[in-house]
Design a protein. Structure first.
Length: 179
């Protein structure tokens, strides 16, 4: 994430939190991000320097004016006017990071060879919440190369309970003994 995204995303969060709109803007920033991800040509159009800034901001108004909260709409226009709309995903990441920090939420990525059941995900969530004292939001990824077990990435730490991880550990120990 760039310093520009950190600055702008943090500023949007501060404004939203101050106005009591953090929850609403959290959802709307994610929705707009998804729209931009699904429509990269639209984002390129909004960044096209040959189109006057006024016309580009009018396109944003037409697309989101009746649906997005006014602060978010003005934020998008500001990014467009300054030619940094490509920073929007990073701004969203910073917004979410600040929101999570203020609301004692941690996001964890769970990687397993097969999709975990809802019951397994809930049990894992509860265990992680006990360990951290935070509310945990889980994102699941399936990767057959882990062979079995789960790997959890949480707050910069990695908890590796995969078969592949254990085999790698055994291999390392064997190499140390043989050296």
């Amino acid at each position: 994430m760039t310093s520009t995204a950190r600055l702008y995303g943090g500023s949007l969060y501060e404004l939203a939190a101050g106005e009591g709109l953090a929850d609403l803007l959290l959802e709307q920033t994610k929705e707009v991000r998804e729209i931009f991800r699904e429509n990269p040509d639209y984002v390129r159009l909004l960044a096209e320097p040959s189109i006057p800034k006024k016309e580009r901001t009018e396109l944003i108004e037409a697309a989101f004016g009746g649906q997005a909260e006014r602060y978010l709409l003005n934020f998008l226009k500001l990014l467009c006017e300054r030619g940094i709309l490509n920073e929007y995903p990073g701004c969203c990441d910073e917004f979410v990071r600040r929101y999570n920090a203020d609301h004692n939420i941690a996001e964890a990525v769970v990687t397993s060879a097969v999709k975990l059941s809802g019951e397994q995900m809930n049990a894992l969530r509860q265990k992680l919440e006990q360990l951290t004292g935070k509310q945990i939001r889980l994102k699941q990824i399936t990767d057959v190369s882990v062979l079995g077990g789960v790997r959890v990435e949480l707050e910069g730490r990695q908890l590796d309970g995969t078969v592949r991880g254990r085999l790698s550990g055994i291999s390392r120990k064997l190499n140390e003994v043989m050296v």
